[in-house]
Design a binder for this molecule. Sequence first.
Ligand code: AMP
Ligand code: MN
Ligand code: MN
Ligand code: MN
Length: 278
Amino acid sequence: MNSINADLHCHSVLSDGTLTPEDLAIRAHQNGVQLWSLTDHDVIGGQHRAREAAKTLGMKYTSGVEISVSWMRQTIHIVGIGLNPDHPELVEGLRKTRDGRTARGKEIARQLAAVGIAGAYEGALTYAGNPELLSRTHFARFLVEKNISRSTDDVFKNYLIEGKPGYIGHVWASLKESVDWIKSAGGVAIIAHPGRYRLTELQKHELFIAFKDAGGLGIEVITGSHTPHQYEEYAKIALQYGFYASRGSDFHDPAESYIDLGKLPHLPPSLQPVWSLL
Ligand code: AMP
Ligand code: MN
Ligand code: MN
Ligand code: MN
């Protein structure tokens, strides 16, 4: 079961990816994915399309989402899979979470204008496939277009992050809310890319305990955001805390993403896969 090619984390044009749900499904299938989930940021609008596309290809699908959460003044991402995308509590919670992205985008643009980068709001919007989900990724693509940075990765070193131009602190959902919405929709909550958060060991321990107390069950171990060393580190954490382990590329775009759909190592055999819960 651990050697199933499951890819339970990626993004479409409904959030900050550049491919449609249909094209992602084709790409996942071509790459040998056997169980797939589209997990757009704070948006479930692509779920029926993704499921239909997967069905046409004969690929197993589980509905998903990646929720932006504020925890200890940091942004954490919680992935939900196996959920009913039409559940009213989830739909309403995500709508609330998305609110404020437009105002935040205008503030980001104002800061960029102050350092001489004009037209960023309108520029970022041209990259947003879904105007309700204006993301820093869209600003990053605009800054690359304007030759201000060489790549979106470079953008996130000099702009759009805390202490640099174009960063606006934002309050997203609470950890408990995100897990509650996922659970009420019948899904399984998973901590996304834990290796990416700038937290101390103690803060991480507190996050894992708070997540467990809230009813969270899973943690991403094999993700496009982790180094091979972090695969081992979070495999140990999964065993230590009794988390089910997840695997997902976090694919956004063929040129931007280092890891393609399904092109990841298998889950270590010692771990319980989250897909055993589906
Ligand atoms: P937002 O939800 O608008 O704050 O945007 C967050 C998105 O920006 C993430 O989902 C990533 O796709 C992208 N992102 C954030 N930090 C980085 C980074 N250091 N390098 C590349 N992409 C990043
Ligand atoms: Mn993203
Ligand atoms: Mn994420
Ligand atoms: Mn993601």
